[in-house]
Ligand binder design. Structure first.
Ligand code: MV4
Length: 455
């Protein structure tokens, strides 16, 4: 096992990695920007190195600064967390050539997963269901029109180097296609220095469901069930849960079997998340792989009992999955996560600032992952996640009741937060009936407006 690792991240995920390291007896090095000097990850790591100014481009995203910090402190490995450098294949490569283990997939696999069209082709080859679409990158307008003619409208143009909703165009008719193709290509070139785009059948109001994968360095692959992530706004997830109320045991087994094959054959290692869309008929279609630990990993930990970050460390150190998991993976109970953001409840504008009072809920079935403390600052430079509130129960009803209780007992003063929005969602009979898809928030707001008018 590693003796000492560097955590190339900040906030709650840096603390989460420190927890796993403490449990394994690994020493930790924090890196921090000038804005994070008084952050808890700096306080709780064994050592800390300032890597630059507040702006992440000059600190948490600055590869030479992070590598220098790793070399000065003589660490064995780097955990990248999520965001920042976590899916950067060049960074993973620099780590390995510097003799530092990167806690994530190998650079060539990371690079492939970053090219969505390549990941899509690889998944298809191993029986993972994908949406009808182009077999590769679109060459020109005639090529696109030919593919569109066979599949039919509506369609979606996606940037191969994109992901997370950036650089996409919905195409509703043949007339629109040529102009939208050029737009998508130009936007992709500007954003990712890669103008490659591909076509897929467009699913209206899909559910967003993702499967958790762990893979070791010896070809072993396990799938740890799925998460329902449909409750989101503008590609920002608000609530996730495990398992998905829409996935049957039969569907779970079929998808997991195909994923095991596909991940083994591409040589995937470490933790990964496979995103799917579910159509109104209950069919799942692969869309992309996120080659990192994700924000919402705690709901999977709650229903499997597996510490995913500890598993990442043990995998990167060369241990085998059967030793790490210690038996078959089973799902038990239900978990819900609310992402509590520093944002204005009406406008959703970021609400950074100083936390004046903080009281964190607990009690049976509650977990809170946060780097917040009373008098601490939520800086404006990074994402606005303040805390992840996770509830667990023997079933969905109990998990929701515990979440409502904990939301009510969560006190954060000095900044605006999304707690009031979470309270509305968790109390909504439509959410409680699990009648959810990616248009849920939009429809909730529309229903609330109607109720306000009729009241
Ligand atoms: C789609 C889609 C409908 N059809 N692809 C948005 C994020 C990116 N990961 C994929 N996205 C979508 N891809 C096809 N073929 C609808 C979305 C989408 C979406 C997906 C997941 C969660 C929220 C979403 C919100 C709007 C659109």
């Amino acid at each position: 096992m590693f003796e000492k690792i560097l955590i190339a991240n900040r906030g709650e995920i840096a603390l989460r990695v420190i927890c796993a390291c403490k449990d394994l007896g690994i020493r930790t090095v924090a890196v921090y920007s000038e804005a994070d000097r008084y952050s808890l990850h700096v306080r709780f790591a064994d050592e800390a190195v300032c890597i630059g100014p507040a702006r992440s481009a000059r600190s948490y995203l600055n590869i030479p600064s992070v590598i220098s910090a790793a070399e000065i402190t003589n660490v064995d490995a780097i955990h990248p967390g999520y965001g920042f450098l976590s899916e950067n294949a060049d960074f993973a490569e620099v780590c390995e050539t510097s003799g530092i283990a990167f806690i994530g997939p190998k650079p060539d696999v990371l690079r492939m997963m970053g090219l969505k069209q390549q990941a899509r082709t690889a998944m298809k080859a191993h029986g993972v269901p994908i949406l009808p679409g182009s077999d590769g990158i679109l060459q020109d307008a005639e090529h696109a029109a030919g593919v569109a003619g066979t599949i039919g409208y509506p369609l979606i143009l996606k940037a191969s180097a994109g992901g997370g909703g950036r650089g996409m165009r919905i195409v509703r008719s043949a007339e629109e296609l040529p102009a939208l193709l050029v737009q998508a290509q130009q936007e992709a070139e500007a954003a990712f220095s890669n103008g490659d785009v591909y076509l897929e059948k467009y699913i209206e109001r899909p559910r967003h469901i993702e499967f958790q994968v762990l893979a070791d360095l010896h070809g072993g692959v396990e799938v740890l069930g799925e998460r329902e992530c449909s409750i989101q706004r503008r590609h920002q997830k608000l609530i996730e849960e495990a398992p998905s109320p829409a996935v049957s045991e039969d569907l779970r087994q079929r998808v997991s079997g195909a994923l095991k094959q596909a991940f083994a054959s591409v040589g995937y290692s470490n933790a990964g998340t496979v995103e799917f869309l579910m159509d109104p008929g209950g069919n799942l279609y692969f869309i992309e792989v996120n080659a990192r630990i994700q924000v919402e990993h705690p709901v999977t930990e709650a229903v499997t009992g597996i510490d995913l970050v500890k598993a990442q460390l043990r995998i990167a150190a060369g241990e085998r999955l059967p030793d790490i998991l210690g038996g078959p993976v089973t799902l038990r109970g239900h978990a819900v996560e609310c992402r509590i953001n520093a944002e204005h409840p009406e406008t959703f504008a970021p609400s950074p600032g100083r936390i004046r009072a903080l009281s964190i809920p607990g009690g049976v079935g509650i977990r809170v992952d946060t780097a917040a403390y009373s008098d601490g600052i939520i800086p404006p430079y990074y994402d606005s996640l303040v805390a992840k509130l996770v509830s667990y129960g023997s079933d969905r009803t109990e998990a929701i009741a515990r979440m409502l209780r904990a939301l009510d007992m969560f006190v954060i003063e000095g900044i605006h937060t999304s707690i009031p929005l979470h309270q509305r969602i968790l109390a909504d009979p439509v959410f409680q009936a699990a009648e959810i898809d990616t248009s849920y928030i939009q429809r909730l707001f529309a229903r609330e407006k109607l109720e306000a008018v009729s009241a």
